[in-house]
Design a protein around this ligand. Sequence first.
Ligand SMILES: [Zn+2]
Length: 69
Amino acid sequence: MSKRTSARFKCCLRCKALLLSQASICPNCRSSEFTTDWSGIVIVFDPENSVIAKALNLTKPGRYAIKCR
Ligand SMILES: [Zn+2]
């Protein structure tokens, strides 16, 4: 993962969604608390049938960070 990628995105502290850095509110959970200190991208297409989505407790399709603090 390049440093460029992580600079372009930020992670929602509440639901781990990855958002473009210019986003002001999380479309998933309406939180406005973000961090740029994240690593690993998971793209979930089908949360119902995704082992990774279940492991990370993700219920909506989208792009998420594996680690987000
Ligand atoms: Zn969120």
